[in-house]
Design a protein around this ligand. Structure first.
Ligand SMILES: [Zn+2]
Length: 543
């Protein structure tokens, strides 16, 4: 959590700090009565961290990074089949409760609660809840009662559908404008199905306020808990932009059929950054059609350079990268990327962006062209203030295999910096470059016990890449891998195993087998191990 000024260009620890500080109230001042109520600690700390973002970095950042981020995490967890209500008495063990429903799940619900009550009633309710229950264990009912006593509203339905039962609405929205009656009709279906394989109580249909923005004017409507709701709005002309759930308040999935023209208009003109980002995602799908690709990419370039919110500009660049450089299927190498001339020119311009993460992403995409004509640009970027930019520029430089690359990367390995960030960028770059002269730097760094473990394991990449045939290489990499393994140093384990794969030594299977034992209960880690095992087998098979 301790960053120097340069590292703060790429990242900070505001969210972590504000989350932990919030536990002074939600966790210490009042604390959950039992593990089934853990959301009263963790979801509140998670939501308070979003409110700190809102105060510190503004409303757009709050909506885009925190609210949207929380919702996406919960929806991904749900899609993986991991499903439960946020509050339940039924759980295998206490650790099972510290999951995505306890953190972003309840965090998403608290945002909906705040939007339902309004800021003033929301704060007054929380104040009443905290003061009446001070220094006491609490349950979810204490919160509900505190809100009801403060606001005079019945909250049973809200707690029931979002907390005691599981699920979220899946909307199918259709719009129709009647030219004669001058009316816009929105047909909203809830198409979620009960999960028959799951014994937890489930919400069949949701009720809630929804903000519907028509040409950026917000109307609040009440959605009844039924399969289909129909809303009618007066509109003298056909609306150019209809945004269902303005600012993305609801934890939901949604399909809303729109034409390419409507989506392009929304991406450029919606005041809601969540709406602009949604339209961008729909356009990404439509860009697969050859006849649409050109004008969609042009519009994405405009968003990447002109949007008022830098996160949307960065997202536009990432969508462009997805279109031109889709992720290869597992086990396949990423092919050389060919960018159209206008895209390449825009990407070069974005390497000068004011935001460091956008510069870094631009170097990453450009690097995938492996085109040596950008070498001078990459070398110059090694002096960037942002470590994240230096990482990407070093990697891009390595892909060019240009004669200037080796000396420039060695220079980085001799440049002291906070946490060794610049040296590590140089070491990783040398590993990717694969120049035989790098072996000495790799061996020397990997065995220098005065250096940090992160530096030493980063050097293993070079030994793996160019150490083939050198008898020192495998024993050294395995020794460092084993040390990281014994210390459960994840970065060291990853660096070690990747070096082993690069070296393509058949003895490496022993390291893979060790990981299979250590991570047998960790699905995500086991997927990584399987990928590495396949890559090792493929590498050994190569001449
Ligand atoms: Zn916490």
């Amino acid at each position: 959590m301790i960053h120097d000024e340069r590292e703060l260009l790429d990242t900070d620890s505001e969210s972590l700090q504000s989350h932990e500080l919030a536990h002074q109230w939600f966790g210490d001042y009042v604390t959950c009565r039992d593990w089934g109520q853990i959301w009263l600690n963790e979801s509140f700390a998670t939501y308070m961290q979003t409110m700190w973002t809102e105060k510190l970095k503004g409303h757009d950042e709050f909506l885009y990074v925190d609210i949207r981020g929380n919702q996406n995490t919960v929806l991904d967890t749900w899609k993986q089949g991991n499903r439960r209500p946020i509050v339940t008495k039924y759980y295998a063990n206490k650790d099972a409760m510290f999951d995505n429903y306890a953190y972003p799940g309840g965090g998403s619900v608290l945002h909906m609660l705040r939007k339902h009550l309004g800021d003033q009633q929301f704060s007054a309710s929380l104040k009443h809840y905290l003061t009446t229950n001070a220094h006491q264990p609490v349950s979810t009912e204490d919160l509900r009662i505190a809100i009801e006593e403060t606001t005079g509203q019945s909250m049973d339905w809200f707690f029931d559908e979002w907390l005691y039962k599981m699920g979220h609405p899946v909307f199918e929205v259709k719009q129709n404008y009647d030219d004669v009656a001058k009316k816009l009709t929105l047909n909203v279906k809830q198409t979620q199905k009960l999960d028959l394989n799951n014994e937890f109580p489930q919400t069949e249909f949701f009720q809630t306020y929804v903000d519907v923005a028509i040409d950026n004017k917000v109307n609040r409507v009440w959605l009844e808990p039924k399969a289909e709701n129909v809303f009618t709005f007066d509109s003298a002309t056909k609306p150019k932009l209809v945004n269902f759930d303005y600012e993305g308040t609801l934890l939901k999935e949604m399909t809303f059929e729109k034409s390419t023209d409507e989506l392009l208009y929304q991406m450029a003109n919606d005041k809601d950054p969540i709406g602009r980002r949604w339209a961008m995602g729909e356009l990404e799908k439509k860009a697969a059609t050859a006849s649409e690709k050109g004008r969609i990419v042009d519009a994405l370039i405009t968003s990447a350079e002109k949007d008022t919110f830098w996160r949307i500009r960065r997202a536009a660049l990432s969508v462009i990268a997805n279109i031109y450089s889709p992720d290869p299927s597992p086990g396949q190498e990423r092919p050389v990327v060919r960018l159209d001339a206008n895209v390449e020119a825009a990407t070069v311009r974005l390497t000068k962006d004011a935001q460091a993460p956008i510069r870094a992403d631009a170097y990453e995409l450009l690097g995938e062209t492996r085109d040596a004509k950008h070498t001078a640009l990459y070398v110059a970027a090694l002096d960037d203030r942002s470590y994240g930019v230096i990482d990407q520029a070093a990697s891009a430089l390595a892909t060019t295999k240009d004669v200037r690359a080796y000396d420039a990367l060695v220079k980085l390995t001799n440049t002291p910096s906070w946490k060794g960030r610049i040296q590590i960028a140089g070491l990783r770059g040398l590993g990717e470059l694969g120049d035989k002269r790098g072996l000495d730097v790799g061996l020397k760094t990997a065995t220098d016990t005065k250096l940090s473990m992160n530096l030493r394991t980063a050097a293993l990449g070079i030994v793996g890449a160019v150490g083939k045939g050198d008898p020192r290489a495998y024993p050294l990499i395995f020794e460092k891998f084993k040390a990281a393994y014994d210390a459960s140093n994840i970065q060291g384990i990853v660096d070690g195993i990747q070096a082993i794969v690069k070296l393509a030594d058949p003895r490496g299977q022993a390291a893979i087998d060790m990981l299979k034992v250590k991570f047998k209960d960790n699905t995500g880690a086991m997927q990584f191990v399987a990928t590495q095992e396949a890559a090792l087998k493929a590498a050994i098979g190569k001449p």
